[in-house]
Design a protein around this ligand. Structure first.
Ligand SMILES: [Zn+2]
Length: 377
């Protein structure tokens, strides 16, 4: 057992632990299921049959890749639908975190599937387009083009993608805006725009994020946060996000992602050279090998996940320290953290292995301890 948190009665934390145990099991099941599906599509010859069927309709390489991508994606979505429904709807309702009707959940899911299909299709066409040009050494141009796409998507996220799922409007409340403007001045930075999103239509959880870059950079707060947090507590959250902005964390994360993606694609290329000849594929540019590519990239992603999370936790600690240094009192930071844990059903002290592998933020118990240390110093 982990040591109990003295700050709260054990009951809400027991619920939080139960909630996270379920989600951990669901994530592991999802991973195991995806490996099983990919292997069976590959080993049964279904992948090659699918590609041949599409090729017999039209042999243009762009259309073969697109057609295969469409069928493959729909098949995977269909197979995962029960699991997605259980984790995204049933569990969220059981723990009273969701405010969505079943119909609204399905509509949302449909939008998500449509958008990820379009983006996935773009990446897939780029990937195989480059492989056809450079059957060897493709990993380098693919990395370059993917990074370029990610940078563009990050720029578009707050103005194109976020509005598909939420209504955005500029932050209201003179007192709060004045306070936040003063905070930004104190911190020696600018806030280009603070927006609120209607998260309450879907969930009782609270959230805040820094999105976009350049002209589209903005700070987004959920309406649930504004309803539940006092202006002083909201200020600590905004100060944390400003810490990310001042530390150029978006770019630093992008740089690390570029390195790990380049390395993964390089290793994937080497892996494919050895494994492609084991199957009756037409070559490395045969889209029937896609399950093999996804299999390799998922396993490599799993290897790099703890590294990415460790770096993310490091940046989160930095942003917390920036917040503590720029707010009125660390007490507001601590009460904001307590509220965050309560509303989001966060596990304040997860098992260290779970934290090491999966946590992009330090656990709330550690964030509070840092604030207490800051207060004492
Ligand atoms: Zn953060």
């Amino acid at each position: 057992m982990m040591e109990e948190e003295p700050r709260r009665a054990p009951h809400p934390q027991q619920r939080a632990k139960q909630y996270h145990r379920i989600h951990l099991k669901l994530s592991l099941s999802r991973f195991a299921l995806s490996l099983a599906i990919l292997l069976s599509i590959l080993l049964s010859g279904a992948s090659i049959s699918l590609r041949s069927a599409i090729q017999s309709l039209n042999s243009h390489p762009w259309l073969v890749v697109g057609g295969y991508g469409l069928v493959f994606y729909l098949l995977i979505e269909l197979l995962f639908l029960p699991l997605s429904y259980y984790s995204g709807y049933v569990v969220e309702h059981r723990f009273r975190l969701s405010t969505q009707s079943r119909r609204a959940w399905l509509r949302e899911r449909g939008k998500g599937i449509g958008l990820s299909f379009l983006l996935g299709l773009l990446m897939l066409e780029v990937f195989y387009g480059i492989i056809r040009e450079y059957p060897r050494g493709w990993w380098l141009p693919v990395t370059g083009v993917f990074v370029f796409i990610f940078i563009i998507l990050a720029r578009l996220a707050p103005v194109v993608f976020l509005p598909i799922f939420f209504k955005l409007k500029e932050l209201e409340g003179e007192e709060l805006i004045r306070r936040l403007r003063e905070l930004a001045e104190r911190a020696g930075t600018k806030v280009r725009g603070i927006y609120q999103i209607d998260l309450s239509r879907k969930s009782k959880t609270v959230n805040a994020a820094l999105a976009g870059w350049g002209k589209t950079r903005r700070l987004v707060l959920s309406d649930t946060l504004l309803q539940n947090f006092t202006p002083e507590e909201t200020e600590t959250v905004v100060a944390h996000e400003l810490g990310h902005q001042v530390g150029h964390h978006i770019w630093k994360m992008m740089a690390l992602q570029t390195i790990t993606m380049g390395l993964s694609l390089f290793l994937c290329e080497r892996g494919l050279r050895r494994t492609i000849p084991l199957f009756p594929f037409q070559g490395v540019d045969d889209v029937a090998g896609l399950p093999l590519v996804i299999l390799m990239m998922s396993l490599l992603g799993l290897v790099f996940l703890p590294l990415m999370n460790a770096y993310s936790r490091h940046m989160e600690r930095r942003a917390d320290r920036f917040s503590l240094g720029n707010i009125e009192s660390p007490e507001f930071f601590i009460s904001a953290m307590d509220k965050l844990a309560e509303l989001n059903l966060a596990d304040k002290s997860p098992h260290p292995v779970v934290e090491f592998l999966f946590y992009s933020h330090p656990p709330i118990s550690k964030r509070i301890r840092e604030a207490e240390r800051f207060m004492a110093s």
